[in-house]
Structures are given as structure tokens and as C-alpha cells.
Write a protein that binds this ligand. Structure first.
Ligand SMILES: [Zn+2]
Length: 261
């Protein structure tokens, strides 16, 4: 009897998990997102391509993945005050699969010229925190471009926090094949992970993203107690945010970090 009950519950849960996501469900979510943020969301077609970019449109067998990604995307974007989002002039987000830049598979790509963020919804789909992190990381590159003039700005203040003998690597593109690069391992004083060491712009994007992900923020905060360089970088980024939008005040962070995710 016990086994029959177990079998029935397995069948029921499988049926629930396999619930078909229809195109209408996706279009409704898209409409809600666009209304809420005034940002266009491409889900059925890739917005006109430019050189070196390649991606595939999401077909029916990936609708469930797309649906789940759209829920995550909404949860993460809702962490930004709307006025801040608009200040960054982010115009659209394109959700695709098999995203390639310059012959290299990428989880995300910012298109600075057209103010569009591209995300591969299948990249890291078995590791939700990573997917959430990537949304903020990539958005930061666009913020840096928009509010500080260049996504590759060699910010002298940021650089001054590192020890004088430290040199960054050759940029994030050189790290794409290193599966451990994004793991929060605190490999050296001043750095969250190996990816942070690949370039100043990646270091900033990693610190920025970690502020918005509860689990990562708690690591940053813990390490920053004994790591003055990390503490300086964390304070710098929080100051940058509050200077651009007064809603990023201490109570905003308290509220954000008391949330479940
Ligand atoms: Zn990056």
C-alpha cells in the first residue's frame, strides 16, 4: 500500500511539473513585465543582429525554461527602484538561447549601442543563484557605460584600493572556459572570486551583483569584516548607488537582505 501511494504521488508530481507552458502564458508575462518596467522584453524573436552576435530563438521545448527564467528576471529587476532603471536608459532585454559572441558561447551580452541586454536562458539553468547573479553583473556593465562613460573605464579610485603590485588579467573573455571562476572563493584579499581578478570592469560588476543576491551579500559582508579592500569596494559601490538614486539608502538594503532570495 505504501508503495502504491508513493507511486501515485510520484505520478501526480510529474504531471504537475510537466504542465505545459503555452505561448499565451509567456505573452501575458511579457506584457506584465513591459508594463511594470517600461522595458521591452523580446521572447519570440531576436532583435536585429549586429556583427559577431549569434543567438537562437526559444522554441516550444524550452517554454518551461523560459517561463521560469522570466519569473526570476522579474524578481531580480524588481530589486531596482524604477527611477534608477530608467536613468540607466536600459531599453530592452532579449531572452534567447545559444548566445554566441565572437565565436564564444556567452551567458549574457550587453549591446551598449542599442541599450539591450541579451541573456541565454539555458546558461546555468541548474544553478539558480548564478542565473540571478548574471542578471545584475551584466546590467552593471551597461550602467558603467551609461553613467560612467565606458564599460571598460579603468576607474582610478577602484584601482587604488588594490595592493600596488596587483595587476588584473586580460578580461572576462579569457575566463569563459573556467567553470570555477565564478565561485565565491575569496581567492585573495580584495577579491570575491577568480573572475573578479580578470579585469577591473569584472571586479566592479561582481561586487555590484553580490549586493543584490542575499546569499552572496552575506559572504561579502562576512569577508569584508577582515578584508579592508573588499570593504572599500563594497562601500564604494553602495555610495555610487545612493549618489545616483537616494532610494538606495540603508533601509533599502536592510529590506532587500531580509527577503528570502
Ligand atoms: Zn562581465
Amino acid at each position: 500500500m505504501k508503495y502504491i501511494l508513493l507511486l501515485i504521488s510520484l505520478i501526480v508530481s510529474f504531471a504537475l511539473a510537466a504542465k505545459d507552458v503555452s505561448l499565451d502564458d509567456l505573452r501575458n508575462l511579457k506584457a506584465d513585465f513591459e508594463k511594470k518596467y517600461s522595458i521591452t522584453l523580446f521572447i519570440e524573436q531576436t532583435p536585429f543582429s549586429i556583427s559577431k552576435f549569434e543567438s537562437k530563438v526559444i522554441t516550444k521545448e524550452f517554454y518551461q525554461d523560459l517561463y521560469e527564467y522570466m519569473i526570476i528576471l522579474d524578481e531580480e529587476m524588481s530589486k531596482y527602484p524604477l527611477k534608477f532603471l530608467w536613468k540607466t536608459r536600459l531599453r530592452a532585454i532579449a531572452l534567447v538561447r545559444s548566445l554566441i559572441y565572437n565565436y564564444q558561447l556567452r551567458g549574457a551580452i550587453p549591446d551598449y549601442g542599442r541599450e539591450i541586454l541579451f541573456f541565454d536562458i539555458l546558461d546555468g539553468s541548474d544553478f539558480e543563484i548564478y542565473q540571478r547573479h548574471v542578471i545584475h553583473h551584466e546590467f552593471y556593465h551597461m550602467i558603467e557605460q551609461e553613467l560612467n562613460g565606458s564599460s571598460y573605464w579603468k576607474d582610478p579610485v577602484w584601482k587604488s584600493y588594490n595592493s600596488p603590485d596587483f595587476n588584473y588579467g586580460k578580461g572576462g573573455a579569457t575566463m569563459q572556459k573556467n567553470a570555477n571562476a565564478s565561485v565565491f572563493s575569496h581567492p585573495q584579499i580584495g577579491f570575491l572570486n577568480l573572475y573578479s581578478q580578470s579585469g577591473l570592469e569584472e571586479d566592479k560588476a561582481e561586487i555590484f551583483a553580490s549586493l543584490f543576491i542575499k546569499q552572496e551579500y552575506s559572504k561579502l559582508k562576512k569577508w569584508a569584516k577582515k578584508d579592508k579592500i573588499l570593504k572599500n569596494k563594497m562601500d564604494y559601490m553602495m555610495n555610487f548607488l545612493i549618489q545616483n538614486n537616494k532610494d538606495f539608502n540603508p533601509s533599502y538594503w536592510d529590506k532587500l537582505h531580509s527577503q528570502a532570495k
